[in-house]
Design a protein around this ligand. Structure first.
Ligand code: SAH
Length: 310
């Protein structure tokens, strides 16, 4: 694995801004950043039981990009500074921090949130600006860490992905409920699904999944719609494999729709269940006539795999 293709070191540009300023700042950074890469670090809040994971709009967002030192012209940095100053007259935009990073610093600074990550047993996620040589049989997903949840790093995503690797057979049909960045839907196609449908109630997730599908050359292989599962929702079919990485409360709310989406003989993977809520999820899905066939845990997070009797 090479951490980057740039031997000359990097300039990191970083600025804190409020939520309304994120898009214009990210657009500005993308114009100058290496391979148009931008990272948006949003402050999250979450209840003690893992419920209500959401962005906290009251705290500032950090936006970063990296320029290869060899390409970084002083007048470009000046242009960025000036553009930020204009934006700062309408929104809250902090001062631009410019930091030189040696290769190791840069690699380390990014390891914690986004660079190249093995997220399953044979699936790796990488940022667009990284070079990576896959091992044989390994699948590499290129994801731009945009505004939607799902860089592949969260334990719930890793759990769901490992189950996908274990249960998906080539040629099967899949639906990914709560697709976020589309990471699981993309992985499903790359691991041999015949067709993949994906839904999310957030428009930003639908957009981001479409972009990420295209980025991986999979447009036309994943159908993405805004919505969920259940009556009146975009997809009414039955699938060999249903993936839902959301949270316990919503999984329980969506139970009937999720169960109806599984073909007889098919598999349902539930992820996003925080430990104290596991009994409630087990109760709900046992009562729906499914058989629990697998369970795995990373930290406080649990994934459950159910089989629907044929
Ligand atoms: N599948 C991705 C993202 C999981 S985050 C991954 O595994 O990394 C959960 C996603 O579910 C969020 O994008 C959220 O918008 C979406 N979501 C929340 N409630 C939903 C519902 N009722 N129906 C469909 N999607 C929902």
């Amino acid at each position: 694995m090479s951490d980057s293709a740039n031997p000359g070191g990097w300039l990191e540009l970083a600025v804190q801004c409020d939520m309304e300023a994120v898009e214009p700042v990210a657009e500005l950074f993308a114009r100058y950043g290496y391979n148009e890469g931008v990272v948006i670090e949003e402050p999250f809040t979450q209840d003690g039981d893992g419920d209500n994971l959401k962005v906290d709009p009251s705290r500032p967002v950090m936006v970063r990009t990296f320029l290869a030192v060899a390409d970084a012209k002083p007048e470009d940095i000046e242009s960025v500074r000036q553009a930020l100053w204009y934006l700062g007259r309408m929104r809250h935009v902090g001062d631009l921090a410019v930091t030189t990073r040696q290769e190791e610093d840069w690699a380390n600074a990014w390891k914690s949130h986004y660079s190249v990550h093995r997220i399953g047993n044979k699936t790796t996620v990488k940022a667009p600006w990284h070079e990576y040589e896959p091992a044989e049989g390994e699948v590499v997903i290129e994801l731009d860490p945009g505004m939607a949840f799902g860089t592949g790093l969260h334990p719930t995503t890793r759990l769901c992905l490992t189950m996908l690797e274990d249960y998906l057979k080539p040629g099967q049909t899949v639906i990914d409920v709560g697709t976020g960045s589309g990471v699981l839907a993309i992985a499903a196609v790359m691991h041999g699904a015949a067709s993949v449908d994906a839904v999310d109630i957030e428009p930003v997730a639908v957009r981001s999944t479409r972009e990420n599908a295209a980025r991986n050359g999979l447009e036309g292989r994943i159908a993405v719609e805004e919505g969920s599962v259940g009556p009146g929702e975009p997809f009414q079919g039955e699938y060999d494999l249903v993936l839902a990485n959301i949270i316990a409360r919503i999984l329980i709310d969506l139970r009937d729709g999720l169960v109806a989406a599984v073909k007889p003989g098919g598999t349902l993977v539930l992820s996003g269940v925080i430990e104290p809520r596991e009994p409630a999820v087990l109760d709900a899905f046992d009562a729906a006539g499914l058989n629990l066939v697998n369970r795995d845990q990373i930290e406080d997070w649990i994934a459950l795999v159910y089989h629907k009797p044929a």
